[in-house]
Design a binder for this molecule. Structure first.
Ligand code: 5AD
Ligand code: SF4
Length: 496
């Protein structure tokens, strides 16, 4: 919804009445209440109130943060990247243990900032907050935190913030900080609240959720426990959102879901992801379509066909393999074998010969032997990925893999991890060379951070190219010749 419509909506709300029970009306009511409070405080202080949202983790979290920022802006905060702000929100990730440790580390810094600014609010949300042990630790040892909420009730942020303002007003200095802390975590939900405000990091590209949650329960993964069961948005809502984005200048969208290939299965009128793509393709003015993430077990021939025939779907498929060993894939609960995966890759390459493939790989899953690891290297060599996200297995309490025998010693994992990185680098360097001299269409995304005579464009296959240009090109599709390959990016020159 655009800012003018939001303003009109807010004007119609009477905050002297009781809060409505229906959503999203209830949240607009609390946005209006909170905005009156923020305005009053800002007048008292003689400066605007500032809000900073820090995002950890994946594209889903990045999208959730845009929704939080949209709510904060509507309430009247000025958005900043500086944590010396009047409200700081950490949108956390818990997919690997070190993501959790990072958050605890940074909370110490926020505590110091809060001492300098007693009005400051600290809010934590996201996947890590869905873990009861984390919340208990925060409740008892991090009492300066004001609001804790989870992945299922982000839409409720305005209400939680308003309640926190009220708590502060109604309690005396003697009230223990921990009693003022607001904790609202839901185990799961089937609710999807539409039509709330949302900010966008870029004016020309946007992420669009098509589904939430995951039903796959890969044995190492905590996501299904913290993001709940799979639920798809209605295609009508998705299409309407994209149409509005395009009307607002967006040319590229990324359809987001933990497993987009199983989109639509739980809808009253089930539709497939391939069918959804066909509908999205029809949107006039939209130039590029990306999606993330595809599970190999659900990759359908229909999807390959739609990708092949589409003029808008980008030339890139992210297809996480996790391991090349069929034995480990079974223990991972992935529902495919090495052979099936390689067959899918062969089918995709046959249909779209110059497709760019990327993947996720875990090294050191419990019981991984040298032979298993060799199978992973074999897949990497056979598929020839353009790039790969590689992860050292991280034990997540509550997942089946955490209690499996034969956890692999750290030194063995590190050595394998380095070998994998070397292999991927060699292959992707060789792969990218093939495009030198070609002319490609790129979407210009930003000025180069190191050299302001250059801009950076993204190719359809998701690779980056730096070339001479100024910021007036940002958001435009231009043609660039790839002059020199630098392994993970190119240097180029603009053709038209
Ligand atoms: N340890 C290491 N990597 C993991 N991933 C998910 N869970 C774990 C874990 N416990 C990786 C997978 C997934 C990506 C988003 O994160 O490769 O595809
Ligand atoms: Fe985790 Fe597997 Fe779901 Fe991906 S598909 S989020 S790895 S459980």
């Amino acid at each position: 919804m655009d800012k003018i419509k939001i303003k009109e909506k807010l004007e119609l709300i009477d905050i002297t009445k009781e809060a409505p029970d229906t959503e999203p009306e209830r949240q607009y009511y609390f946005m209006k209440k909170a905005s009156a409070y923020v305005k009053k405080l800002s007048d008292e202080l003689g400066r605007p109130l500032k809000a900073c949202t820090v995002t950890f983790g994946c594209q889903m979290n990045a999208r959730d943060s845009e929704k939080i920022i949209g709510i904060l802006e509507t309430i009247g905060y000025e958005i900043t990247e500086d944590e010396k702000a009047d409200i700081v929100i950490y949108n956390t990730c818990t997919v690997r243990e070190n993501a959790n440790l990072k958050v605890y580390g940074r909370l110490g810094y926020l505590k110091k900032l809060k001492k300098q600014n007693p009005n400051m609010k600290i809010a934590l949300c996201g996947c890590m907050m869905q873990e009861p042990t984390v919340v208990e630790k925060l409740r008892t040892s991090y009492t300066f935190v004001d609001i804790i909420f989870g992945t299922h009730n982000i839409y409720k942020f305005a209400e939680l913030l308003w309640t926190s303002f009220e708590n502060q007003r109604l309690t005396t200095k003697k009230t223990k900080a921990k009693d003022r802390m607001i904790i609202d975590i839901w185990k799961d939900t089937d609710k999807i609240v539409e039509s709330l405000p949302s900010e966008r990091k870029y004016s020309f590209k946007a992420g669009v959720n098509i589904m939430f949650g995951c039903n796959n329960f890969c044995s190492y993964c905590i996501v299904p426990y913290v993001r709940g069961r799979e639920r798809s948005r209605n295609p009508i809502d998705i299409i309407r959102e994209i149409e509005l984005l395009v009307a607002d200048g967006v040319v590229e969208i990324m359809l987001l879901g933990q497993n987009v290939n199983s989109y639509g299965k739980n809808l009253d009128d089930p539709i497939t992801f391939a069918q959804l793509l066909k509908e999205v393709e029809k949107i006039e003015g939209l130039k590029r379509i990306r999606f993330m993430t595809s599970h190999p077990k659900d990759l359908s021939p229909d999807l390959i066909e739609v990708m092949k025939n589409s003029k808008k779907i980008c030339n890139h498929l992210h297809l996480p393999v996790q391991s090349g060993s069929s034995r480990l894939l079974e223990k991972m609960n992935r529902h495919y074998t090495k052979e099936k995966y390689l067959q899918e890759v062969a089918d995709i390459k046959a249909a779209i010969p110059d497709i760019s493939l990327t993947t996720d790989i875990i090294v050191g899953f419990p019981g991984e032997t040298e032979e298993d690891f060799e199978e992973t290297l074999d897949v990497v060599r056979k598929v020839e990925y353009d790039s790969a996200y590689t992860f050292i297995y991280s034990k997540r309490t509550g997942t089946p893999a955490a209690t499996m025998d034969n956890q692999v010693p750290e030194d063995v994992v590190k050595e394998r991890f380095q070998r994998l990185l070397d292999e991927i680098q060699t292959i992707s360097a060789k792969r990218s060379k093939r495009m030198e001299g070609m002319e490609v269409e790129v979407l210009v995304e930003e000025e180069n951070s190191q050299d302001d005579t250059l801009v950076t464009g993204r190719m359809s296959n998701n690779m980056l190219v730096h070339f001479e240009g100024d910021k007036s090109l940002i958001g435009q599709l231009v043609t660039v010749r790839l002059d020199e390959c630098k392994n993970f990016y190119y240097l180029g020159s603009r053709v038209s």
